[in-house]
Design a protein around this ligand. Structure first.
Ligand code: SAH
Length: 394
């Protein structure tokens, strides 16, 4: 038997060949899996076999992979590992929303949320442990930044949700295929903890596994990446993996956005909006989802609604108005239903597609912006908010 690479060191899934650590095959997309097999003298089709076993069948034991020879299975056991993230807890909200707390290393856990709807099951996944961006209204920001998640840890969230739901439904290997009636997760949003574009390579690689027909086979329409607006990375994303884009805007002008989303000081609106336009290009099927958390007395006035209309004039978009979800010492309040309605009506009258997002999973702290996992608090805010729960809200 091999000795497994401790999970907490496996931030990169395929270590440089100079290192002795075994790669976690969980985190290899098709190209990397082929490279891995090529380096061991095996044909490229081994990569698709492995992808199918891991992601379609949910298998984590090489010995179960019956279309692979016994010798190769033994060899794989010696040279590689297969580690999904470890589940710590699972909670279900009264409205059916579920939240998993997953251990990613000794000091850190991340959160993944399933939002069931009539027509689809959306999984909200995390891309980093904590977040460096310091958006003022977001609970994850309180923890500061710990580290990027590896590809295995990102795709592992989908694997875990997909296969534990299948098990609950009584679908068993080897008959459960990823499409048709067996597919449990229909949509993925990268809107959990962290800024996905600041963990670019790992996020793109994980999205490639999501889209791969030998794995989850999700189309680009079913994957949405949400960003606070890392402009150079948007151009790269367009080239490398052009999924749906959501932009966390939250303010119609630079002064207010500088305050709410400090990243705006680096990439102000005059750069950000054109970057979104470039992302869409001439593809008329595409729109940017604009996320706008409504904070009472801060960004929810009719005047600000009109400024937003003006800002989005030349950007094909749909606006998601998100009632603020409070957390201890956030310093903000949710806008009143009346001002939310007024704000929405101004946008709709100006022909902007606008929906007010329903808050889900509040009773289990699974609502937007409440994901805090259980991480080592690396922020200076810890002192400022010393009476808070230091980022542990689950
Ligand atoms: N860093 C990425 C993804 C994580 S935040 C981004 O900025 O888009 C994802 C979304 O969570 C944000 O757009 C925001 O809409 C929402 N959010 C954050 N804090 C929130 C809060 N307290 N209440 C409601 N929504 C919140």
């Amino acid at each position: 038997m091999h000795t497994a690479t401790p999970l907490h060191t496996a931030v990169s899934d395929l270590p440089p060949s100079s290192q002795a650590a075994e790669p976690n095959l969980f985190g290899l997309d098709q190209t990397r899996m082929q490279d891995f097999f090529a380096a061991h003298g095996e044909k490229p089709f081994r990569a698709t076999q492995l992808l199918k076993w891991i992601h379609q069948q949910g298998v984590t034991d090489f010995n179960v992979m019956t279309n692979i020879s016994k010798t190769l299975r033994q060899h794989l056991t010696d040279i590689a590992t297969l580690h999904p993230p470890q589940e710590i807890t699972r909670q279900t909200s009264q409205d059916g929303t579920r939240k998993w707390l997953l251990q990613v290393d000794q000091g850190n856990a991340i959160e993944t949320v399933l939002i069931p709807e009539t027509e689809r099951n959306t999984l909200c996944i995390s891309s980093q442990v904590g977040c460096a961006l310091d958006c003022q209204f977001c609970s994850t920001a309180r923890q500061g930044f710990n580290r990027n998640l590896s590809v295995a840890e990102i795709i592992g969230q989908l694997w875990m949700a997909e296969h534990s739901l299948r098990q609950e439904q009584g679908f068993t290997v080897p008959n459960a295929q990823p499409s048709g009636p067996y597919r449990m997760i229909s949509n993925v949003v990268l809107m959990g903890m962290g800024e996905p574009l600041l963990n670019f390579d790992n996020v793109v690689s994980a999205m490639k596994i999501m889209m791969n027909d030998y794995a989850y086979g999700l189309s680009w329409r079913r994957i949405t990446l949400s960003t606070a607006g890392v402009v150079p990375a948007l151009d790269r994303l367009r080239e490398e993996c052009r999924v749906n884009l959501a932009l966390s805007l939250h303010a119609p002008d630079d002064d207010l956005r500088d305050e709410l989303v400090p990243l705006n000081k680096k990439y102000p609106l005059k750069e950000l909006i054109p970057a979104c336009q470039r992302y869409l290009g001439d593809d008329t099927r595409r729109r940017v989802t604009i996320e706008y958390v409504l904070l009472k007395g801060v960004n929810d006035s009719p005047q600000q609604a009109r400024a937003l209309v003006k800002l989005l004039r030349h950007l094909p978009s749909k606006v998601n108005l998100i009632p603020f979800n409070p957390f201890p010492q956030s310093g903000y309040e949710r806008s009143t239903p009346k001002s939310i309605e007024l704000f929405r009506d101004i946008l709709i009258k100006a022909d902007l597609i606008t929906v007010t997002r329903k808050t889900r999973g509040e009773d289990i702290d699974a609502a937007c912006g409440q994901l805090a996992g259980k991480v080592q608090d690396r922020s200076r805010r810890e002192r400022r908010f010393s009476t808070s729960t230091s980022g542990v809200n689950s």
